[in-house]
Design a protein around this ligand. Sequence first.
Ligand SMILES: Cc1cc2nc3c(=O)[nH]c(=O)nc-3n(C[C@H](O)[C@H](O)[C@H](O)COP(=O)(O)O)c2cc1C
Length: 220
Amino acid sequence: MSDEPGLFRTIYTTRALRRFKPDPVPDAVLFQCFDAAIRASSGQNAQDWRWIIIRDPAIKAKLREWAVEGWERYSARYGSEEDIRRLPRNQRLSLLSVRDLALGLDRVPVIVAVLGMKGRHSTPGGSTFPAVQNFQLAARAMGLGSSIFNLPMREQLYEMLGIPESNQLYCLLPMGYPADRQGPVNRKPVSTVVYNERFGEVWAFAGEQPDEGWGERWLG
Ligand SMILES: Cc1cc2nc3c(=O)[nH]c(=O)nc-3n(C[C@H](O)[C@H](O)[C@H](O)COP(=O)(O)O)c2cc1C
């Protein structure tokens, strides 16, 4: 794809997107996401990730039901919707997008269920999430958006999706063409999370860089 944004622009603009247009995702686009995902590393090169593409309206409707239940439980800690609207901007926007995804989950074009082999690796999930990240970066590079979304996770999903005992469901990934804009993403500065030689020791070079990082280089 000649018009893909390039690695760093893709990384600096891949954020959790939770509102989607109804446009279907072509199989060729999905295939490219999976073909990029499975290039990731995994412990012992086991590649024991498994992925289920969910487009069936009945399954999406059930997932929506569970997501809405999950949202009601989760959002209760913030109080009413009025209380949420009074939160600081970033937190408010993020929570409202979670709510909108829960309420609109049955209208999301594709939901991908991500699985890995149960008990196989010493770092559970460590052999799955690098592939999830590849998947999300590939989706973003092609103009799609996605977010890990675990509010609908239920034991019943195993039976509904025919997942064998040997597999663990790690996350759900709703995806589609986004109704919100891609990045940029804001994160804690490198200088506050990277240490030099010993925990807590300042890395001087990072301390001299702008707190917002080097995104400007790629976003222009
Ligand atoms: C392991 C993991 C679990 C996550 N679970 C959820 C989730 O259940 N629901 C959700 O809306 N977002 C979930 N996310 C997305 C994060 O909330 C999101 O990436 C983070 O808030 C940063 O948002 P931003 O990239 O838009 O800045 C998850 C991300 C990770 C890596």
